[in-house]
Design a binder for this molecule. Structure first.
Ligand code: HEC
Length: 220
């Protein structure tokens, strides 16, 4: 009687062991198993299906797909960009937004008030490149150099700020379309109006400038 019970216990233990082994041999979750091992006891992160370092790109969209929320179009591919009117004309917050962006992105070269006297501009004087110009009065964007003043239409200013010009870097990958047009609104204003907008922005603390820019962008 006693030995039968012991045999039963042994049988049970053997069955449990077999069941455990059988579970270990199953291929595991078919969606996560990589098939790297014949026995997939557990899935290691290292063997999962994410993109590996130095592996060629895999996550490309299907060939016939297209972005439904619009995509980035380089300014050089936009036809007649120079004749394009500023879509922010008449927008009361465009100057302020432009001034906040100018302070962050342009003042180091073009000067705090647009006088062409920024710190980096001074450094560039030692190199054989064109200095950042100053900005004059309205009538299109008025670019003031030692050699004279040129008026460029707003669309052309937008193109040059977007794609870069001479030593000036391209801003199209850094700033949104609306941000770049807001900068054109600032440059396209009367000189006194622009300087007042820039002075107002220079006078407020940096953290408030960052928050206000987010607010004007509708991100706050
Ligand atoms: C690293 C310095 C630097 C920064 C930053 C910079 N610029 Fe310039 N910018 C220049 C230089 C240098 C020129 C003159 C290039 C030339 O004449 O070859 C220039 C020229 C220009 C011109 C005149 C183009 C023309 O038709 O002659 C405009 C407009 C302009 N910048 C706007 C901006 C705006 C707006 C920003 C900020 C978003 C900005 N720049 C940031 C250096 C800079």
């Amino acid at each position: 009687m006693r030995s039968i019970r012991r045999n039963n216990a042994l049988l049970l233990a053997a069955a449990a062991l077999l069941a455990a082994l059988a579970a270990a041999c199953s291929p595991g979750d078919p969606f996560r198993s990589t098939g790297s091992y014949p026995i997939d006891v557990f899935q290691e992160m290292h063997y999962n299906q994410t993109h590996k370092a130095q592996e060629p790109p895999r996550f490309l969209p299907p060939e016939d797909s297209y972005p439904v929320q619009g995509g980035f179009i380089p300014v050089e591919e936009i036809e007649n960009i120079a004749e394009m009117p500023n879509p922010l004309d008449g927008d009361p917050s465009a100057m302020r937004r432009g001034a906040l962006l100018y302070k962050q992105n342009c003042a180091a070269c073009h000067g705090l008030l647009g006088g062409g006297d920024g710190y980096v501009g001074g450094v560039l004087a030692d190199y054989n490149v064109n200095r950042p110009p100053a900005f004059g009065g309205a009538g299109g964007v008025s670019v003031v150099r030692d050699t004279g003043t040129t008026e460029i239409p707003p669309g052309e200013a937008y193109r040059r700020v977007s794609a870069g010009f001479g030593f000036m870097p391209a801003f199209e990958a850094l700033l949104s379309e609306t941000d770049r047009w807001a900068l054109v609104s600032l440059l396209d204003a009367e000189i006194a109006e622009r300087q007042a907008a820039l002075q107002a922005v220079n006078d407020i603390p940096e953290e408030r400038r960052a928050l206000e820019l987010l607010r004007l962008r509708g991100q706050l």
